[in-house]
Design a protein around this ligand. Structure first.
Ligand SMILES: [Zn+2]
Length: 142
C-alpha cells in the first residue's frame, strides 16, 4: 500500500510513513464505514468519489430461501436473514477493499440496496454504495 498523504510506499507493518511521518492504518477493519455523511470527531480532508460493490446471489441462494420458508418455525426465516446478512457483509467488505485501494481510510454515506433481476433470472444483487474519503481526527491540527 501507499501513504495516503505523500504516496510513498509503506513498509508492511509500519505504523508511520517513513517519508512524511503520517500515521498509517494497515488493518482492513480500520476503514470506517458509516451511513452518515460525516463522522463525529473526524473531518474529511479528501474525497475520492463514489465506490460501489455488487454481490450477486444466484439460484442456490433463492433455493435456500425457499428451504428457509419451508422449514419456517414460529415465523422466523433464519436462513433468509443469515444469507442476506452474509451477502451484506461481503458487499461492505468489498467496498472497504475498494476504498482502501483508492487510498481512503473511510467510507461515508453508505447505502445498502437489495434488488432482484426477476425471480425467473434467479439473481438477487446486494449492492453497497458510498463515498470514499480520507478523514482525520478533529483534534489533530495541521
Ligand atoms: Zn507519507
Amino acid at each position: 500500500m501507499n501513504c495516503p498523504r505523500c504516496g510513498a510506499e509503506i513498509f508492511p507493518g509500519a505504523k508511520y510513513c517513513h517519508k512524511c511521518g503520517s500515521p498509517i492504518d494497515q488493518h482492513p477493519e480500520d476503514v470506517l464505514l458509516v451511513t452518515t455523511p460525516s463522522i463525529p470527531g473526524y473531518r474529511v480532508t479528501r474525497v475520492f468519489g463514489v465506490v460501489t460493490s455488487l454481490v450477486p446471489r444466484t439460484r442456490g441462494f433463492l433455493g435456500k430461501i425457499v428451504a428457509g420458508f419451508q422449514s419456517m418455525v414460529g415465523g422466523e426465516i433464519s436462513v433468509f436473514t443469515s444469507e442476506l446478512e452474509r451477502a451484506r457483509m461481503e458487499a461492505m467488505s468489498r467496498l472497504k477493499d475498494k476504498a482502501r485501494r483508492m487510498g481512503a481510510n473511510a467510507v461515508v454515506g453508505l447505502d445498502l440496496e437489495i434488488s432482484d433481476l426477476g425471480l425467473q433470472a434467479g439473481v438477487v444483487i446486494v449492492s453497497a454504495t458510498g463515498t470514499a474519503v480520507i478523514v482525520e481526527p478533529e483534534s489533530r491540527s495541521p
